[in-house]
Design a protein around this ligand. Structure first.
Ligand code: MG
Ligand code: ZN
Length: 213
């Protein structure tokens, strides 16, 4: 019974996700579904990205948050359009939520929308929102065991950002085994090590965006 319900929910979601994807394609807007745990640095990465690329790419952000507008307020300071979605406790964004948010954006004026998903390594990966690619942020403080423990999100993501690389030396995070596990789960995944504090590695992320969008 439970399996049937889940199938129907995903079926309905996928239908709207396809409509979203079609609309984004028509409007020539590239969409990234940015996922990762709470505190992994998704919003910090977005702030850095907007500050560095907003003259090259016309960007907007859709911010998924459980209850607050804290992340959206951080993005708003950078003068790009930002649409807040409060999931009222819901642990992921789905395609209908992104559809409603996109209705408030001028898609003709955009090259790129980054959707910051709710902080969670599990179900955001199960819900297609109509994105072109998924990206996952994994911070050094979360531990190198996370790729094997939450394989789906890494399997689904075109790129994994290993964030907070500046504090690697203070932790027991094994970079080599994390890289190995990521590649085992997803042979084609692009791995970028970054620090939003020191800016280390961010140039590789920007280069990836400029080449991909
Ligand atoms: Mg955030
Ligand atoms: Zn969920």
């Amino acid at each position: 019974m439970k399996v049937e319900v889940m199938k129907n929910i995903l079926g309905e979601n996928d239908k709207i996700a396809e409509e979203n994807r079609k609309l984004f394609k028509e409007k020539k807007v590239f969409v990234i579904n940015l996922m990762g745990s709470p505190g992994s640095g998704k919003t910090s990465l977005l702030e850095r990205t907007i500050a560095n690329l907003k003259d090259k790419l016309k960007m907007a952000v859709i911010e998924g948050d459980l209850f607050t507008a804290k992340d959206a307020e951080r993005i708003e300071r950078h003068n790009v359009p930002v649409i807040q979605i409060n999931t009222a406790g819901g642990c992921h964004l789905d395609a209908p939520m992104v559809k409603r948010a996109a209705e408030s954006l001028d898609l003709d004026a955009l090259d790129l929308i980054i959707v910051e998903n709710v902080g969670n390594l599990v179900c955001p990966a199960e819900f297609d929102v109509g994105e072109n690619i998924k990206a996952v942020v994994l911070s050094i403080t979360e531990g190198d065991d996370k790729p094997l423990k939450y394989p789906l999100i890494f399997k689904e993501s075109a790129v994994a950002i290993l964030n907070k690389i500046d504090i690697l030396k203070f932790t027991n995070f094994n970079l080599e085994s994390a890289r190995e596990d990521l590649t085992t789960i997803h042979p084609d995944i692009k791995i970028i090590e970054t620090s939003c504090t020191t800016a280390e590695g961010l140039d590789k992320w920007y280069e990836f965006l400029l080449n991909t969008v």
